[in-house]
Design a protein around this ligand. Sequence first.
Ligand SMILES: Cc1cc2nc3c(=O)[nH]c(=O)nc-3n(C[C@H](O)[C@H](O)[C@H](O)COP(=O)(O)O)c2cc1C
Length: 315
Amino acid sequence: MKPDWKTIRRPIIGLSPMAEMTDSPFCRVVKSLSSPIIFREMVSADALVHGNEKTLKMLDIHDEERPLVQQIFGRDPEIMAQAAKIVMARQNPEFIDLNMGCPAKKLTGNFHGCALMKDPELAAAIVKAVKAAVDVPVSVKTRTGWSDKKEILEFAQVLEQAGADLITIHGRTKKQAYAGRADWDIIRRVKELVSLPVLANGDITSPELAQKALDQTKADGILIARGALGNPWIFQQVADFLSGQPIKEVSLAERIRVAKMHARLHVEHYGPNSMVTFRKHLVNYFKGVPGVKIFRQQLVQVKTLEELDQILNQL
Ligand SMILES: Cc1cc2nc3c(=O)[nH]c(=O)nc-3n(C[C@H](O)[C@H](O)[C@H](O)COP(=O)(O)O)c2cc1C
């Protein structure tokens, strides 16, 4: 049976999409430790339709990542529909997600991402076009508004009427970007207003906060983004906490094991010169770990897997 958002087990716990972070190697690391739903990083609909090789490669998938949500961004309903078909043909994800929340100028300047909140009619047209193009559930990830958090109350209803199968709400406006705290109360108001499933997102960085966000928003589930960087164990910890089990601390040996495994998958995926783009993950894995500070300089300059092994073996 094909998974769908209405019947999937509650609470839904997922890895939130992060550009240049939630790629196939990182998602496989996460799935080797527990089983959240994976939202892969956004890909450009325009670039997919133009056949951009680098963007097409971003759709590479290994079966252990499934069930998988692939996110696309763009503003033209026809191009979004074509891109969704390309995603289905090449990757065959279980779900498609539409980015209507990214605040980056690079996207909003082209009326992509969160800018779509300013034109609900266009947002609805995109949902309808993509729904008509694919036979998997189509969701939207968005924010509480462009400049006012109450915008989401209207916007969510528009998305529901257009046929969206689920919405994820990051509890901040575009104007806030990442400042202040995510507002979980407004997510609860949306949940009371619509009948489609809602995922809460923003500032969920621990099992305790996961429980609190679920209680406060009454959402169908949560997505965790920054809290999973350098911390892919968080999903098992959340699952344990929610089911009343003790939370397992992550030992230094386990941290080293997983960092090495991730590095190997990264290099296999991107090629032998790709340690440069792995350094950001290394910094995250060892941030604040006692005794690591003196190796930090070496970690941010590491060039090969062998060098990485040598540094980590000293820890
Ligand atoms: C490095 C980075 C990249 C992101 N890329 C995406 C993306 O590709 N698509 C998207 O919808 N949100 C993206 N986000 C937003 C996150 O998915 C999430 O909504 C936001 O970080 C709030 O959740 P958090 O407090 O758990 O981090 C990104 C966030 C970060 C930090």
